[in-house]
Design a protein around this ligand. Structure first.
Ligand code: FMN
Length: 197
């Protein structure tokens, strides 16, 4: 079982990527393999020029094809998901997410654009063939604090919603009864004190 995690923020100190990483840690604690990809993993000219046959784009498509599920994170930019993430999604195969469970994650400056995942990102995921899109996790900047050392401190409420969503995702990709409870509990403990982004 493998999962691809796409981070859609161009920022090196990114709140949405911090939430993504929290979800990745929780999934790995359950014994699931997660491959992480960010905007910088694809050459800028391939993204800007929509260079479909470029090496970065080809590697992206191969990783997406091999995955059973997709984690995807984005900041809200101008009431929608980031343009950088759209450039990445434009390099995927037409039905790249067919048969895959998708968990979307977003952060925004305020609750005003809480629905950006619903009206912005989810229709695009649907167009890419995703039929099982989990309820997304949205957090505001106040709920995800980044300290000077680059550690993320995530509100309990947001952690709870992330853990619930990760549970749902794991149920979809793990064979019935195969959830690694012991590893998961250790993972929760490790996450309790914040972690580097
Ligand atoms: C160019 C730009 C546009 C933004 N537009 C919005 C917006 O329309 N609505 C909103 O709630 N926040 C907006 N924000 C705030 C970001 O969504 C917010 O700070 C987010 O947590 C950044 O995520 P990141 O740290 O992962 O990049 C914007 C920020 C930038 C830089």
């Amino acid at each position: 079982m493998s999962i691809i995690a796409l981070a859609g923020s161009p920022s090196p100190r990114s709140r949405s990527s911090a939430l993504l990483r929290y979800a990745i840690h929780a999934l790995r604690a359950r014994g699931l393999g997660v491959v992480e990809l960010g905007l910088r993993d694809i050459p800028a000219e391939e993204l800007i020029e929509g260079h479909y046959s470029g090496a970065g784009a080809s590697a992206l498509r191969a990783r997406a094809a091999a995955a059973d599920a997709v984690l995807i994170s984005t900041p809200v930019y101008k009431a929608s998901f980031s343009g950088g993430l759209k450039a990445v999604l434009d390099l995927l195969d037409e039905k790249a997410f067919a048969g895959k469970t998708v968990l979307p994650i977003a952060t925004g400056g305020s609750p005003a654009h809480l629905l950006a995942l619903e009206y912005g990102l989810k229709p695009v995921l649907s167009a890419l063939g995703a039929r099982h899109i989990l309820a997304g996790v949205y957090a505001t900047d106040k709920q995800v604090r980044l300290d000077e050392d680059g550690r993320a401190h995530i509100d309990d409420d947001v952690r709870g919603r992330l853990e619930e969503s990760v549970d749902r995702l794991a149920e979809q990709v793990l064979p019935r009864g195969a959830v690694a409870h012991e590893a998961y509990d250790l993972g929760r403990l490790a996450l309790a004190g914040g972690f580097s982004v």
